[in-house]
Design a binder for this molecule. Structure first.
Ligand code: NAD
Ligand code: SER
Length: 334
């Protein structure tokens, strides 16, 4: 066993339990929808229960395996679902993101904190494994912004960021105190073409591709020099599954891994699209999300993820832009 493993409670029950019956909360969302699809491919359609709240799921999601409706704050109903489907692992993707969270911080607190607490308590009672994502939003303006270290200042200024720091601490507490095998990543901004993002600060990096194809122009809500860490969805799904499949004894960290893939400014993103659509024009009208973006890192040091569970991203900006434009053109023509 790695002598750095941060626990005094590593009980028998939590060492490398198999992943067999999965619940994905937030399965209708940007990441949850593609994660559910990949988990169903890997673990079998009937073994992956997708959970939604109000948003209508795609026909593909609805018809490819079990689907349940539940509010993450309703622990009684969550208990019933977990028992009925004999769930052993939860990928907990239900959340309120940064921009929506700044407009309604009370909602962000309620969903993100109470939701995670419910999931952790259910895991504690039933000895489940949990994936609980964090974010670059855990950092704040006092954090070093270039190559942000794994261990550093965590003083976010958004309610979303506050819930992510508290969530990381809570997850580590449940690991150390109760032996719950809970793992998580500090995702950067995630870019994808299948499901639209749900109200984050990094949504411009998705919207720009849609608008480039549809209208040949985009008005970006952060300034041209705004640089943030980003990741293409295939890498996000790979990282999420890889961390959950990593041997527990290899992990020093658990719920707070930095994971990087690429970093670029809004101007560089627009330029990469212009390589494929020369007439594309991007203008900039920063709004309240600029201040949020300015409080986040430009790039992250993900050496802990590389060393502990072999993280290596596949996509850089040119490869992502080519794939995004190719797939979005097909989608928007349908
Ligand atoms: P999303 O907004 O696309 O999806 C979240 C889902 O949660 C939605 O389908 C929503 O209906 C559901 N939800 C909201 N309130 C709920 C409630 N009360 N009960 C049940 N479900 C509820 O978000 P996402 O981008 O897929 O993010 C998934 C996770 O990854 C979140 O924890 C998010 O903070 C984290 N993350 C995402 C990004 C990103 O760029 N997408 C970056 C960093 C971290
Ligand atoms: N993409 C997310 C957001 O902007 C980062 O956590 O909210």
């Amino acid at each position: 066993m790695n002598e750095n493993v941060r626990t005094d409670r590593m009980g028998d029950y939590m060492s490398d339990r198999k992943i067999e019956k999965i619940l994905v909360t937030g399965s209708v969302g940007q990441i949850g929808s593609e994660l559910t699809e990949e988990l169903r491919n890997r673990y079998g359609s009937d073994n992956v229960v997708a959970m939604g709240r109000r948003t209508k799921p795609s026909e593909e999601l609805l018809n490819s395996g079990p689907f349940v409706w539940c509010d993450i704050t309703d622990r009684d109903k969550l208990n019933i679902i977990v028992d009925e489907y004999e769930v052993d692992t939860i990928f907990h993707m239900a959340a309120i993101l940064s921009a929506v969270g700044e407009k309604n911080p009370q909602l962000a607190y309620r969903v993100n904190m109470n939701g995670l607490y419910n999931i952790l308590e259910i895991a504690r009672e039933r000895e489940l494994r949990i994936f609980g994502p964090s974010s670059i939003a855990a950092f704040g303006p006092e954090t070093p912004r270039d190559n942000t270290p794994q261990e550093t200042v965590l003083r976010p200024r958004t309610m979303y960021g506050v819930t992510k720091v508290a969530g990381e601490l809570l997850c580590d507490y449940y690991f150390n105190r109760f032996g719950v095998d809970v793992r998580g990543l500090r995702y950067p901004g995630i870019i994808s073409y299948k499901t639209l993002p749900g109200g984050g600060t990094t949504d411009y990096a998705v919207a720009i591709y849609y608008e480039a194809i549809k209208h040949g122009r985009y008005t970006c809500f952060v300034g041209p020099e705004t640089m943030l860490p980003m990741m293409y969805m295939p890498d996000c799904i790979k990282a999420t599954i890889d961390i959950m499949e990593a041997p527990l004894e290899n992990l020093v960290h658990h719920s707070d891994f930095n994971v990087g893939a690429m970093s670029f400014s809004a101007r560089e993103l627009a330029a990469s699209i212009k390589e494929f659509i020369p007439e594309f024009e991007c203008s900039y009208e920063p709004d309240f999300r600029q201040a949020i973006a300015d409080s986040w890192p430009k790039s992250v040091d993900d050496s802990a993820a590389r060393n502990e569970w072999g993280w290596v991203p596949q996509y850089d900006l040119p490869a992502m832009t080519e794939d995004m434009l190719y797939n979005l053109r097909i989608k928007l023509a349908e």
